[in-house]
Design a protein around this ligand. Structure first.
Ligand code: NAP
Length: 445
């Protein structure tokens, strides 16, 4: 099906072909290659020219794969440099050599499609500049929330609106674990092990469970939503490894569940200035919130914009075929631009808003503590909250004697005030241990 000897395509060719190089043939690359081959006639009609696979780069050439062996190479540098390649689809993952390969492709006038969130969270600026200089496309719809279209709606459909907030569940592994813990009452370690057995968690789950993956996606979303460059390091990050089955059970009693949320927010200060808050943490959300019903490996993103109001995007956030769908959408756009001229939008960072400190972010809190079972403890605890002007919305007392627990849900307070409050509680004789501090999101009070 490939034509290794076809010549380079140039704009305006009547008989032109669009040559595609795919870097990586793993979960996603395998599906991308399959669709390019199976849907060749449709792709040709949609692009306005045949789309030809020029080659597929892998690390291990000896592994059996469903592809014409002649298309495989372990030399991605040479593949990217070929004159008959118009579009490079990077699906290798990681920073190196993906970064250098994408740069080389862009600098040589090839458009690039990538799903590589780890790379984009650090280097979108560098890659977008290279794409702008070479007047080619850089698309990355698949980098956030797999099959779900969220990058293009933010970049294009909402280009005339002012986005106030993007909040979502963008990591399927952690959502699977928290949903399963909620459903079964099992603890974190057992549920993580089960997620590994079922293929929902990697052998090293750190990137998922400690929130690194969700933070990279938050950085990408915040950069686009607020026209401001946000890196992964700008994102406040907490993972789910300290969420307990007791927290999930307590959340239920407050008509809530717990989800790992990626939240990107435009923060308006009293003096009229604006900043960007990007943060990832497990949070209680009311069962009536649209994100509360997103279970298992599914993802969802809620966007709130000044004029559009609330929009919700929901679907499969990972997996070979769903992710390949988003990659192919980008590839078709890039191919059409090669055939008909024009370019898609690149990142815009004109607003350059400062990054808000987590200390200043206002949210509600759920604080669970083990306390001495004696009269007056509740009043003492309430006193510590009052001293720091953290207002209490609800209190539950559970258990007795050694197992006495106090759960406090607050009204909105700054992270700074809440942290001071927790430090004071930990110093109190009556408080044996502050066992959990989680945020409560998705309510208006
Ligand atoms: P994967 O299964 O690990 O596949 C990676 C592929 O890249 C393999 O074919 C590997 O070759 C090849 N590769 C790696 N390093 C290479 C090198 N130095 N030279 C040549 N080939 C190399 O990864 P994946 O799950 O498909 O993910 C690909 C990208 O999509 C990542 O950026 C990921 O974050 C992103 N993504 C994945 C999903 C998903 O559901 N999997 C969802 C959204 C985004 P071998 O086959 O020979 O090892």
């Amino acid at each position: 099906m490939s034509d290794q000897n076809s010549t380079a395509t140039t704009p305006g060719d009547g008989d032109r072909e669009i040559g595609v190089a795919v870097l990586g043939m793993g979960n996603v690359g395998t599906e991308v290659v399959r669709i390019i081959e199976d849907a060749a006639a449709d792709l040709r009609a949609r692009v306005g020219a045949p789309v030809r696979l020029r080659g597929v780069a892998v690390r291990d050439l000896s592994r059996p794969r469903k592809i014409d062996q002649a298309l495989l190479t372990d030399d991605p540098v040479a593949l990217v440099a070929r004159d008959d390649v118009d579009i490079v689809v990077e699906l290798m993952g990681g920073i190196d050599p993906a970064r250098a390969l994408i740069r080389a492709a862009l600098e040589n006038g090839k458009s690039v499609v990538t799903a590589n969130k780890a790379l984009l969270a650090e280097y979108t600026g560098e890659l977008a500049s290279a794409a702008a200089d070479a007047k080619v496309d850089l698309y990355f719809e698949a980098a956030v929330a797999g099959a779900i279209p969220v990058i293009r709606p933010l970049m294009q459909s909402l280009a005339g609106d002012t986005v106030e907030r993007v909040a979502g569940i963008v990591n399927g592994t952690t959502n699977f674990i928290l949903s399963a813990m909620d459903e079964t009452g099992a603890d974190y370690a057992d549920t993580l092990a089960e997620a590994g057995r079922l293929g929902y968690a990697e052998a090293d789950p750190t990137a998922d469970v400690e929130g690194f993956d969700a933070a990279a996606k938050a950085a990408i979303l915040a950069s686009i939503a607020f026209h401001t460059r946000v890196h992964a390091a700008d994102v406040h990050r907490e993972g789910i490894s300290s969420v307990t089955s007791e927290d999930l059970a307590a959340a239920k009693k407050f008509d809530c569940t717990i989800k790992l949320l990626s939240i990107c927010e435009r923060v308006h200060a009293a003096d009229g200035t604006e900043s960007v808050s990007a943060r990832v943490y497990p949070a209680l959300i009311p069962l009536t919130h649209p994100l509360a019903t997103v279970n298992g490996a599914f993802n969802a993103v809620v966007v709130e914009a000044e004029n559009a109001g609330r929009l919700m995007f929901y679907g499969q956030g990972a997996g070979g075929a769903p992710t390949a769908s988003a990659v192919l959408g980008d590839m078709v756009m890039a191919a059409r631009n090669k055939v008909h001229g024009g370019r898609g939008p690149l990142e815009s960072t004109y607003a350059a808003l400062p990054i808000a400190s987590i200390d200043d972010v206002q949210t509600r809190y759920y604080i669970s503590m083990q306390v001495a079972d004696r009269p007056g403890v509740l009043a003492q605890v309430a006193g510590e909250f009052a001293k720091r002007e953290v207002s209490i919305a609800a209190v539950r007392q559970e258990g007795a004697q050694e197992d006495a627990r106090l759960i406090v849900v607050t009204h909105r307070a700054s992270d700074r005030a809440q942290s001071a409050c927790v430090a004071a509680l930990e110093d109190m004789d009556a408080v044996i241990k502050v066992s959990s501090v989680l945020r409560l999101e998705g309510t208006n009070d």
